[in-house]
Design a protein around this ligand. Structure first.
Ligand code: NAP
Ligand code: ZN
Length: 347
């Protein structure tokens, strides 16, 4: 089936229209008419070549929400018309220890990502900046009725990426949690951590997001611009979730941890992370990382969001404005996630 898409042919862009050939649904495939796709900062990293080599042409997009338009004969959980989402993964072996442990992102055979990846038959994957997609049932997730599709799309990557470490390094109830970088991931982290009962402090460059931070559920807000050190925030947090897309001075943030505290990096800048050994040794502090979340965890997260009134704060953009949308993500001029109206792709 042919479907219009937005592609970049070379590292750095620009976007050009492309007609994609999606496979006809096989046994356990679900064909989805995409309604909205979030613009994750990872899309920007990928397009501009911040990480490994890209596969071009590249059709980004791994925060997908839409409606089922066809199913293969072995699909049991979904029917035409169901509201569903797809995140960062579209295939894994399903049998290795990590797949069996719901950590398909660490699949021994190699997880197949929604775009910029090769499926096991060698074909390149193309993501959600398109009108439709065909995905195996285990990687399709039901969007709860309570959450509109636009606000659901970013939960499929940003949402589960912050939910997973909050659980792993929790329970956070009654504990002091800082979220650094209040963007797509960060604003959801504040909402989720607050709903989990943490005392949340939002940490931003400037003071502009202070009022928003409170609305999102934070009890405190710190502006770091101009600060030479952690000042009054030394030894203050049990957990710091760093969602910043650029490199940070780690020693500054490690000093904000209480003894035994953990700084979890989910932000993925191109440069290495480094710190003084004594920033860790003094206080038994740790630095960790966290990569998205598994399929069952994604479904738990969607239920958690529905039960707690959580969705992403989104601004819907027309696909024809994709270049300015990307510029805004690069400039940090988004509150808090841009989602592409897929119906405008190819128009
Ligand atoms: P985003 O919406 O652009 O938000 C990033 C936030 O970081 C900005 O809103 C800003 O917050 C802060 N920031 C930006 N530039 C900064 C700088 N130079 N110095 C200090 N703070 C800065 O990005 P996102 O979509 O949330 O993604 C954030 C990062 O997570 C990206 O690197 C992305 O690739 C990564 N990511 C990782 C995973 C994973 O599995 N680990 C999954 C998805 C995304 P303030 O205005 O509050 O300062
Ligand atoms: Zn993402």
């Amino acid at each position: 089936m042919k479907t219009p898409a937005l592609a970049v042919d070379v590292e750095g862009g620009p976007f050009v229209p492309m007609m994609l050939d999606r496979r006809e649904p096989r046994g356990d495939d679900v064909q989805i008419e995409i309604a909205f796709t979030g613009i994750c900062h990872s899309d920007l990293h990928r397009v501009q070549g911040d990480w490994d080599n890209g596969i071009f042409p590249m059709v980004p997009g791994h925060e997908i929400a839409g409606v089922v338009s066809a199913v293969g004969e072995d699909v049991s959980a979904y029917r035409v018309g169901d509201r569903v989402g797809v995140g960062v993964m579209v295939n894994s072996c399903g049998t290795c220890e990590h797949c069996l442990d719901d950590k398909q992102q660490f699949c021994v055979k190699g997880v197949v990502e929604t775009y910029n990846s090769r499926d096991y038959d060698g074909s390149a994957t193309y993501g959600g900046y398109s009108r439709s997609i065909v995905v195996r049932e285990p990687f399709v997730h039901r969007v709860p009725d309570e959450i509109e599709l636009s606000g659901a799309a970013p939960l499929l990557c940003a949402g589960v990426t912050v939910y997973s470490p909050l659980l792993r390094w929790g329970p956070v109830a009654g504990r002091s949690v800082a979220v650094v970088g209040i963007g797509g991931l960060g604003h959801l982290a504040v909402k989720m951590a607050a709903a989990l009962g943490a005392e949340v402090t939002a940490v931003s460059r400037g003071p502009e997001k202070r009022a928003d931070a409170q609305r999102l559920g934070a009890v405190g807000h710190l502006a770091t611009e101009g600060a030479s050190g952690p000042d009054g925030s030394r030894n203050r947090f049990d957990l710091i979730l760093n969602t910043v897309s650029a490199s940070l001075a780690m020693d500054h943030y490690l000093a904000m941890l209480r003894p035994g505290g953990v700084l979890v990096n989910v932000g993925a800048p191109a440069a290495p992370v480094s710190c003084e050994p004594f920033s860790l040794i003094a206080g038994n502090r740790a630095i960790a990382g966290s990569m998205i979340g598994g399929s069952a965890e994604t479904r738990d997260m969607l239920r958690f969001c529905a039960d707690n009134g959580i969705r992403a704060d989104v601004e819907v953009v027309d696909a024809r404005t994709i270049e300015s949308a990307f510029r805004r993500v690069r400039d940090g001029d988004v509150r808090y996630r841009l989602v592409i109206d897929a119906a405008t792709i190819g128009t």
